[in-house]
Each structure stands twice: as structure tokens, then as C-alpha cells.
Design a protein around this ligand. Structure first.
Ligand code: B1M
Length: 223
């Protein structure tokens, strides 16, 4: 069983989604995250152990991405493989058998249509055991506030790719804080810096998806 679970982790780290997937070429023709997870669950493997192996795999690939050892395509494939696993594990979360670490409300701020980086953050954070409510792009402050109201205790993630929309990010932080002063908010995106994040009153700054996960797993879970 341990070997099966560690193979699932390997599939996630290397981005092997399923049997039919040609990526990575070295694993062509082999079963992927999809088939192996199904097999493991049929053999009554503990859901927690599968999730842990996959979380570790996502941590490893995320750390490699931070060190520029792999790039966006590899991260996307890993996230896709993780999604294949999560599709099998989701019913256990929904039934309450396994508890998510918390709720993360994520979106690209008003006026900004860039979503590739935000989608990566979404997938990596979800892959690390958080329930992610992805509001998409061009999200107005009022929409974030509405979602924070609906999800007490949630944590908010804001993404911006344009220097011009950083002002909208600051306005979003301000509006959320006006209604819910204790909400923890992490911001990220290419034009952001830790200093800019602090200046706009965000709780934290994450440079990349792995940074967001690390931040959530420390500050977020401790909340
Ligand atoms: Co636009 N764009 N774009 N664009 N675009 C940039 C961002 C730009 C730097 C290009 C340039 O001029 N060199 C520039 C911004 C300049 C600035 O303000 N400093 C720019 C511009 C100007 C524009 C338009 C204004 C162009 C125009 O119409 N004249 C326009 C704006 C539209 C709008 O949003 N209102 C525009 C439009 C577009 C497209 C629609 C064509 C397309 C977006 C498609 C999409 O997202 N679905 C696009 C693209 C693709 C880019 C570039 C080429 C690539 C962005 C990207 O996806 N990178 C970009 C130039 C570049 O970056 N080389 C550019 C890959 C992605 C994985 O990285 O998004 O940085 P990134 O995400 C990273 C981190 O930032 C971080 O994690 C991710 C992974 O490491 N991260 C977070 C992101 N969000 C996070 C949240 C977190 C934590 C980490 O916590 C919550």
C-alpha cells in the first residue's frame, strides 16, 4: 500500500495525470495519478495518507519552481495531476471524513484580467488541502466582501498583474477590513513586493504559489 501511495505522489510531482497522458515522456504508457488513486481507494488506502503524499509532492514541485528548477508547464502538469487525485478524494472531503484546512477566497482584483498565475495559486493551494473558492478575474471589492461574509473565518488571497490594478488591490483590502477587520489577507502577483503589501495593509505577501501555501500553513492554520 505504501508503495502505491508513494507512486501517486510521484505522479503528482512529475505531472503524470493518467494512463493516456504522454507527459512526462519517461512515464508514457504507465498508469497515472487518476488510475493509481482509484486503485488505492478501492484497496481502502487511508485518504489522509494519499493527501499527505500528494501535498508533499506539491511542496517539492513548488519548491523546485521557486528555485527555477522547473517552470510553469511542469507546475501546471503537476497541478493537473493533483486535480485528478482530488477528483477522487473530493467525496471524502464533502462527506466530512477528511477536514479541509480552511477556506481560501481567491481572485484577481478589479480591472485585471490576468489569471494564469492566480489559477496556479488556486490549484497549488487546493492541492495542499484547502478549500478554495476561486472568484475569477476582475473581481470587485464588494464581491470579496460578500464572500467573506458568507464564509466566516476564511482567508482571502488577492492577485494583481498590473501596476495600475495594485490600487484596486489596496481598495479591496480596505473594503474587506472595513467590514471584517480581522480577516487575514495575502496578496501576490508580479508587480507586488512585501513592502507594497504591508503598505496596503495586507496581512501577508507571497511571491509564488508555494509561498502562498507556506504562508497559509503557518499564519493561516494558526488563525
Ligand atoms: Co498582460 N501584461 N496585459 N496580458 N501580460 C503583463 C502583466 C505585462 C508585464 C506585459 C509587459 O508589458 N511586459 C504588462 C503589465 C505592465 C505593468 O503594469 N507593470 C501587461 C499589460 C500592460 C497588459 C495590458 C494592459 C495590455 C494591453 O491591453 N495594452 C492588458 C491588460 C488587460 C487587463 O488585465 N485589464 C493585458 C492583457 C493580457 C492578456 C489578456 C493578453 C494575457 C492574460 C491572459 C490570462 O491571464 N488569461 C496577458 C499576459 C499573458 C501577460 C504576460 C505576458 C504573462 C502573464 C502570465 O500569465 N505570467 C505578462 C508579461 C510577463 O509576465 N512576462 C503580461 C505567467 C504567470 C505564471 O505568472 O501571473 O506573474 P504571474 O503569476 C505568478 C506570480 O506573480 C505569483 O504566482 C504566479 C506563479 O509564480 N502570483 C501570486 C500571482 N498571483 C498571486 C497571488 C498570490 C501569490 C502569488 O497570493 C494570493
Amino acid at each position: 500500500m505504501d508503495e502505491l501511495i508513494s507512486r501517486i505522489g510521484e505522479c503528482v510531482e512529475r505531472g503524470k495525470v493518467n494512463l493516456a497522458a504522454p507527459f512526462p515522456p519517461a512515464m508514457k504508457g504507465l498508469e497515472g495519478a487518476d488510475e493509481l488513486t482509484k486503485k488505492a481507494l478501492e484497496a481502502n488506502a487511508p485518504v489522509d495518507a494519499i493527501l499527505l503524499a500528494c501535498n508533499d509532492a506539491m511542496q517539492r514541485i513548488g519548491a523546485k519552481f521557486s528555485r527555477n528548477e522547473v517552470f510553469v508547464p511542469e507546475l501546471l502538469m503537476a497541478a493537473k495531476a493533483m486535480h485528478a487525485v482530488m477528483a477522487h478524494l473530493k467525496p471524502f472531503f464533502q462527506s466530512g471524513t477528511v477536514k479541509a484546512k480552511g477556506t481560501f477566497i481567491l481572485g484577481t482584483v478589479a480591472g485585471d484580467l490576468h489569471d494564469i498565475g492566480k489559477n496556479l495559486v488556486s490549484m497549488v493551494v487546493e492541492g495542499n488541502g484547502w478549500e478554495v473558492i476561486d472568484l475569477g478575474v476582475d473581481v470587485k471589492p464588494a464581491r470579496f466582501v460578500e464572500k467573506v461574509r458568507e464564509n466566516p473565518g476564511c482567508i482571502v488571497g488577492l492577485s494583481a498583474l498590473l501596476t495600475t490594478t495594485m490600487a484596486n488591490m489596496a481598495a479591496t483590502v480596505k473594503e474587506i477590513r472595513a467590514g471584517f477587520p480581522d480577516t487575514k489577507i495575502v496578496v501576490g502577483g508580479a508587480p507586488l513586493t512585501a513592502a507594497a503589501a504591508a503598505e496596503m495593509g495586507a496581512t501577508g505577501y507571497a511571491r509564488d504559489p508555494q509561498g502562498a501555501v507556506e504562508w497559509l500553513n503557518t499564519i493561516g492554520v494558526a488563525a
